[in-house]
Design a protein around this ligand. Structure first.
Ligand SMILES: NC(=O)c1ccc[n+]([C@@H]2O[C@H](COP(=O)([O-])OP(=O)(O)OC[C@H]3O[C@@H](n4cnc5c(N)ncnc54)[C@H](O)[C@@H]3O)[C@@H](O)[C@H]2O)c1
Length: 387
């Protein structure tokens, strides 16, 4: 039974994860190697809890109860009594491996060691441990206090008991758990790639501008944010890097190829909202862009992007990255998609998705449009995923 939790790294993710755990009533030790980061985290906790009290989401008593569960530590060794440790430090394989190897020297043999990595393989982190069967990925989404999804990612070395312990812990803290294979991008960061990549491709080809593409996805797809708004919101430092890493880890599969346009924004430090400019210009006095609300163009954009998204969801299922239900849940809860992509496939018709992809393949002769084997089988055998 997991009762005492350690979080390593008091940055954006570590702070959010610790708050979620403390809110669930569990004791959480939070450690960071940088004392400045600990002080910033202390202030952020206070501010975040005060906000919740002001908004009447929790009472002042709740806030102090939550605060009392969070114990800041500047001494690594103080994590020795933990039943579970969640690592949320810098995304660097060598540093993470070093931390895991050091952790094993201080914790009990039955302590579960989890990583919140977004892009590294869990197997490679587990390999740093003497007992790799206790290592697992627990991928929270940003901000962890709000986003309900956690991807549970066992490595090939992970023991069944570790998966069970991690799953019951995630359920206990009130998050939605999905289990997925230790593959690049896990579920969400893999399946969502075409939402960004294909939108940029349409812009680069000068078929439509960013405002029109954003409008089309909201108007015809019901997405809360268009691809360019969303990329600017996530930040191109994060979004571009994830794209590049997923592409490289899939051995440079063209399906995941990054774009020059986004690379240039990244190189120019035009990260999006946080830097005042990205695809859109957020600085004072900047002109607002008006979409071209041509219905035929809008439908073309939506159809092209949704076909690639659905194809990727079906391909993830074909390669058993996760179950049907978990693929649906992950996109609903991890990136707020209006519908699960597999249900969407059934609504639009597998045949029409396949036709769209075949037309794009024929036109561009590009691997990125290759239909999933499972999509072809669904059409050929006239099958459905759901009743
Ligand atoms: N930011 C996101 O959107 C997001 C989402 C999901 C997962 N992640 C993953 O979560 C992890 C943390 O990301 P973040 O955005 O919170 O980063 P961050 O830069 O905000 O925080 C990282 C913290 O780790 C600390 N740190 C660095 N090396 C350390 C060490 N050796 N020991 C102890 N502390 C150390 C730093 O001082 C810093 O406070 C990364 O693996 C990232 O890929 C990030």
């Amino acid at each position: 039974m997991i009762k005492v939790i350690g979080v390593i790294g008091s940055g954006a993710m570590g702070t959010g994860i610790a708050q979620v755990i403390a809110t669930a009533g569990l004791e959480v030790y939070i450690y960071d190697s940088n004392p400045v980061a600990i002080n910033v985290a202390k202030d952020n906790f206070k501010e975040s809890l005060e906000k919740l009290v002001t908004k009447n989401k929790i009472t002042a008593e709740d806030a102090s109860a939550i605060e009392s569960k969070i114990i800041f530590q500047s001494n690594f060794k103080s994590l020795d009594a933990c039943d579970l440790i969640i690592e949320a430090i810098v995304e660097d394989l060598q540093i993470k491996k070093q931390v895991f190897a050091e952790l094993e020297k201080i914790v009990r043999k039955d302590c579960v060691l989890a990583t919140n990595t977004s892009s590294l393989s869990i197997a490679s982190i587990a390999a740093a441990c003497q007992f790799p069967e206790r290592v697992i990925g627990l991928h929270f989404f940003n901000p962890a206090t709000i986003m309900p999804l956690v991807e549970i990612v066992p490595a090939i070395q992970t023991a069944a008991d570790t998966i069970l312990d991690a799953s019951s812990f995630i359920n206990f803290i009130g998050k939605t758990a999905v289990v997925c294979k230790d593959t690049p991008g896990f579920i969400v960061n893999r399946i969502a790639r075409p939402y960004y990549g294909e939108a940029i491709r349409i812009m680069e080809e000068n078929i439509a501008d960013i405002a029109t593409i954003d409008w089309a996805m909201k108007e015809f797809g019901g997405f809360k944010m268009g691809p360019f708004e969303l990329m600017d919101f996530i930040g191109h430092d994060v979004n571009y890097r994830v794209t590049e890493i997923v592409w490289a880890q899939f051995f440079y599969d063209n399906k995941f190829k990054p774009s020059i346009a986004q690379k240039r924004l990244f190189e120019a430090n035009r990260f999006g909202r946080k830097s005042g400019i990205g695809f859109y210009d957020y600085r004072e006095g900047a002109a607002t862009l008006t979409p071209n609300k041509d219905q035929v163009l809008g439908e073309y954009i939506f159809t092209r992007i949704i076909s690639l998204l659905i194809n990727e969801a079906i391909d993830a299922l074909y390669f058993q990255i996760a179950s049907k239900d978990d693929i649906e849940l992950a996109m609903l809860k991890g990136v707020n998609y209006p519908k699960g992509l597999l249900h969407w496939a059934e609504e639009l018709g597998f045949g029409s998705i396949l036709e769209n992809l075949e037309e794009l393949s024929f036109e561009y002769g590009d691997e990125r449009y290759r239909p999933s084997v499972l999509l072809k089988q669904m059409v050929r055998e006239n099958r459905r995923f759901f009743n």
